[in-house]
Design a binder for this molecule. Structure first.
Ligand code: FMN
Length: 458
């Protein structure tokens, strides 16, 4: 007979009880009445958790048999408030007693980079000593489908079975290396760049405590003295994280009125070249930097980095998850990622890379260099395209933009293509035509593009 367990559900939606994710949690509560589920609304109560509430949560986590990370995917990962909570857990690691307890994830999303969010939670779990069992990454409407309900039920049964059987779980987390403090030169002694009329923006969360990042930022400001606007998120008024109210969907404005909003609405859009200088804290960017990304949701799904070159600087343990997140974020929104400079290398290497990357940023920005999107951006665009089309009543601003800019590039809407394909399919039913077609597939594939190149030699 299976045992009875006490689960702690760390619920991450800023919407509290009125969230999609919470409905999935309630589903589990009703399906598995034999177990107890204590739900803690993390993101909607982050202020009180910061002000001492963390202690009692840690106490309850320590006493539980299993931890459920239940969160919505927000801007490629989890909401900034949830990241803040994880920072608090790290700050209180000496009080945590989670060694070999089981944990899993229950996420809701539109399947846009829900894998990245899970990678983060998996790595966090490993750092906290938990045995992480692969999560259930639901689409937000999955509960409407009976077969998906069955899947969720089976998934959770298997999770409890892990605890019953004391199964050892594969550990996919990459070990995080903590970089040594590098002795970065405090004074810039290279060539200063006189910038053209292009606008450059540097956004950072650097503090003097994080010496490496602070000095990298200083290096940039000294090298790029003119036309570089520096915004330190620690020095502006930030009135909380995104609340997920979706009020921005209609007109692209945010209900939170603070300085961060004007940076996102103004500087982020008008800049031609951008440097993001971020601290890596809990295997990810800081919750402050994540607040910037979540709040940039006011621009919805439009490619705000089109024609912009972007350079990342970061300090902390740099892992493949972080690289993937940076690349996906810039690629999806149409930007040209110059590179990621991090301090997991020697001081000499870092200086050379930094200097060259700033040159590259200036060069690329002055020439508006655009690069093709790779899979991350192309796939992301298709998800956005389909989603905004179906949810256009909510995302009216995005819908208008997508219509105007041919972002709705559904292949099946071209009648000419449809007719051509239908005629060809009919012809191919006739065996001799099919045989000829098969023998000329490769020639056919290059027929039109070859003409473009042939013309050049004419
Ligand atoms: C600010 C914001 C950012 C979002 N970012 C993503 C995302 O990156 N990927 C995704 O698949 N869904 C994203 N979504 C959609 C939510 O993950 C999805 O609607 C989820 O079910 C909401 O759950 P909740 O009601 O529990 O907050 C985002 C929604 C909001 C409001």
């Amino acid at each position: 007979m299976e045992r009875i367990y006490k689960f702690i559900v760390l619920h991450g939606s800023p919407k509290g009880d009125v969230s999609v994710t919470m409905q999935f949690v309630r589903f589990l509560q009703f399906r598995f009445k034999e177990h107890s589920f204590e739900v803690i609304n993390i993101s909607s109560n982050i202020k009180s958790i910061e002000n001492g509430g963390i202690e009692s949560i840690i106490d309850r986590m320590n006493k539980a048999d299993g931890i459920i990370w239940a969160y919505p995917v927000y801007h490629f990962v989890v909401p900034a408030q949830y990241v803040r909570f994880i920072e608090l857990l790290y700050d209180n690691r000496d009080k945590l007693d989670l060694q070999n307890k089981y944990a899993t994830a229950l996420s809701t999303s539109i399947h846009f980079y829900d894998n990245l969010a899970e990678d983060y939670i998996r790595d966090i779990s490993a750092d906290l000593g938990l045995q992480y069992v692969r999560g259930f990454l639901a689409a937000k409407n999955d509960l409407l489908i009976e077969s998906k309900q069955t899947n969720l039920t089976k998934f959770f049964k298997r999770f409890t079975h892990h605890i019953d059987q004391n199964w050892t779980v594969e550990n996919l987390a990459i070990k995080a290396e903590i970089p040594a403090k590098i002795k970065f030169p405090m004074h810039f002694d290279g060539t200063q760049r006189v910038l053209t009329d292009k606008k450059f923006l540097l956004i950072t969360d650097a503090t003097e405590e994080n010496n490496n990042l602070f000095n990298m930022v200083k290096y940039c400001t000294q090298k790029m003295s003119s036309n570089l606007k520096v915004v330190n998120l620690n020095h502006i008024n930030v009135n909380g994280g995104c609340r997920g109210c979706l009020r921005c969907g209609a007109r692209g404005d945010c209900v939170i009125n603070d300085e961060l909003r004007s940076i996102i609405e103004g500087d982020l859009i008008s800049a031609d070249g951008i440097i993001i200088a971020t601290t890596i804290k809990t295997r990810y960017i800081s919750s402050l930097m994540k607040t910037l990304w979540d709040r940039s949701f006011l621009h919805g799904h439009i490619p705000i980095y089109n024609n912009k070159s972007i350079l990342y600087l970061c300090s902390g343990s740099y892992t493949p998850f972080i690289k993937n997140e940076f690349e996906a974020r810039i690629n999806v929104f149409g930007g040209n990622l110059i590179g990621v400079i991090h301090d997991n290398v020697s001081c000499d290497q870092l200086l050379k890379q930094l200097n060259s990357s700033i040159e590259n940023l200036i060069y690329s920005t002055e020439r508006s260099i655009e690069v093709p999107r790779n899979f991350l951006g192309v796939a992301g665009h298709k998800i956005f395209r389909d989603y905004v089309y179906l949810a256009k009543s909510v995302f009216r601003a995005g819908h208008e933009y997508f219509k105007k800019t041919n972002y709705y590039d559904f292949p099946q809407t071209s009648w000419i293509t449809k007719i051509k394909v239908a005629i060809l399919m009919l012809k191919l039913k006739y065996r001799p035509i099919d045989q000829k077609f098969q023998s000329k597939i490769n020639d056919g594939m290059i027929r039109e593009i070859k003409k473009v190149v042939d013309k050049m030699s004419a």
